[in-house]
Design a protein. Structure first.
Length: 233
């Protein structure tokens, strides 16, 4: 592990020495690490080609769902909801196979697959950025949705820290614990990192809530997550 000073908020956090980029656990900023001096800039986020790939991914991600108003919906939030749905409902041999097939099929859509193929070794960076951003959006949806943030048929409104606890419990059990039992699905590690690093900036009232929940997982699962996330759990 090594200390990283966030390029955005200036706070220091730790990241695994082997990673090339790390999300700040305080503000969510992506910090680029180990950039080669020989890099000619052709593959940096600021390059025109990279921006073109990013724009195309976001055109796919944000689809118009109300033709009258032009309002767009975030299809990546639907992806997070799908992961949670299977974590809650898909058990047994055939349930697991169905869940993995659906998760992988999301990335195999022709429009997405075409962009990722063109992006080559930058594809994973594109996906990591979009997953992190959509995880923040998903958590915000949890905070804002009155059904999610209440109990007893919406009669009792949960406090912000209770909503944070609820989200932490679901991510820990329905994403981390559940999807660890598969042969890795496409971009699984990026999915886990996005869910982990987007949590603290999204739930400032209880930024350590997800870490507390993960510590309750079995030791072998905690060890696997530590290796994937590059953090000590």
């Amino acid at each position: 592990m090594r200390d990283i000073t966030c390029s955005n908020c200036g706070r220091v956090f730790q990241a695994d020495e082997s990673v090339q980029r790390a999300y700040c656990v305080y503000c969510g900023q992506v910090n680029e690490l180990n950039i080669s001096a020989a890099d000619d800039g052709a593959s940096t986020p600021e390059s025109k080609q990279y921006q073109d790939w990013k724009d195309r991914i976001e055109q796919i991600r944000f689809q118009v769902w109300n033709k009258k108003t032009g309002e767009k919906g975030d299809t990546f939030i639907g992806f997070w909801s799908m992961l949670m749905f299977h974590g809650r409902n898909s058990r047994g041999f055939f349930g697991l196979k169905r869940a993995a097939k659906e998760a992988n099929r999301f990335w195999q859509k022709p429009a997405i697959a075409e962009v990722l193929a063109e992006a080559g070794d930058q594809a994973e960076k594109l996906i990591a950025e979009q997953l992190y951003d959509s995880a923040r959006a998903f958590y915000q949806t949890c905070r804002d949705d009155r059904h999610y943030g209440s109990k007893m048929l919406d009669m009792v409104k949960l406090k912000p820290e209770q909503i944070a606890d609820k989200a932490a419990a679901e991510v820990s059990e329905l994403i981390f614990s559940y999807w660890l039992h598969f042969e890795p699905i496409a971009y699984r590690d990026h999915i886990f990192r996005a869910a982990w690093f987007a949590y603290a900036p999204s739930f400032a009232e209880k930024g350590n809530g997800l870490a507390q929940r993960v510590k309750q997982l079995p030791e072998d699962e905690r060890r696997q997550l530590s290796e994937i996330l590059g953090v000590v759990i």
